[in-house]
Design a protein around this ligand. Structure first.
Ligand SMILES: [Zn+2]
Length: 246
């Protein structure tokens, strides 16, 4: 091969190599301009239409191994392995709550699911069920009725029924058969890190000093298997039980 022809061959080889290298970069650029991956991983929306704030709603107790659930592990949360198996949103009584996803009404005021005085269960098309707890009044929706994401489904209430004791919405996301509860923080598309900076949420999670990093973050909490064994009978709990009993 003549030197000129060899140069041409090398040049063509370099161009082909450059094209092969460029192709994955272009694909990466296309991906980066697409919708955030979190949308697919977190298919649901918050149950409120207003932005958070002191006059609207804010994050109360988180899901999972909370300090509050630990102290109630043998009583209120025994059936849920000692965990707080939903998320609490503090809100004035009468705040409109909306469907977190498309679905259908499964149950209206089902006492077997707790969270009285009124609750509402939806079966969601994305393959989950959800419970709205401590509602102010019986939802006007009928069993079997279709709901769309963002549609008003009820009014938030108070777990003591007073509207000045503990007004909040308790929201659960479960499997369609209701036997497993999941961490809503990993399924609802929201800025959870910012939401967790204010309010009662800062009380945080119960710690096992024998394994102090276990279940200490909002998005790192175990699923709840109803009627399963307690998960937080810790060897060295902190805060300890005597702290609550004083
Ligand atoms: Zn709750």
């Amino acid at each position: 091969m003549k030197p000129f022809a060899r140069s041409i061959a090398v040049l063509i080889g370099l161009m082909v190599t450059a094209l092969l290298i460029a192709r994955p970069i272009q694909a990466e650029q296309v991906r980066s301009t697409a919708a955030p991956a979190a949308t697919a991983a977190r298919p649901f929306r918050l149950p409120f239409t207003d932005p958070p704030g002191p006059g609207t709603w804010y994050l109360g107790q988180g899901y999972g191994n909370t300090i509050g659930a630990y102290f109630q592990r043998d009583v209120m949360y025994r059936a849920g392995q000692g965990l707080h198996f939903g998320v609490d949103f503090a809100a004035p009584c009468g705040t409109t709550v909306v469907a977190i996803g498309d679905g259908a009404v499964a149950k209206v005021d089902a006492p077997e699911h707790g969270a009285l005085p009124h609750n509402l269960l939806l079966q969601l098309d994305a393959g989950y069920s959800t419970l709205y707890g401590h509602l102010l009044e019986r939802s006007k929706l009928k069993v079997g009725e279709r709901v769309t994401k963002g549609q008003p489904v009820g009014l938030s209430g108070d777990s003591f029924g007073t509207c000045h004791s503990a007004p909040h919405l308790h929201l659960e996301i479960r499997s369609p058969d209701y036997l497993t509860a999941y961490n809503p923080i990993n399924l609802i598309d929201a800025d959870w890190n910012t939401l967790a900076l204010v309010g009662a949420y800062q009380r945080g999670f119960e710690r096992d000093l024998a394994n102090p990093r276990k279940w200490q973050f909002p998005d790192d909490q175990p699923d709840t298997k109803f009627a399963g064994p307690l998960l937080n009978n810790f060897a060295q709990p902190w805060p300890p039980d005597w702290y609550r009993r004083r």
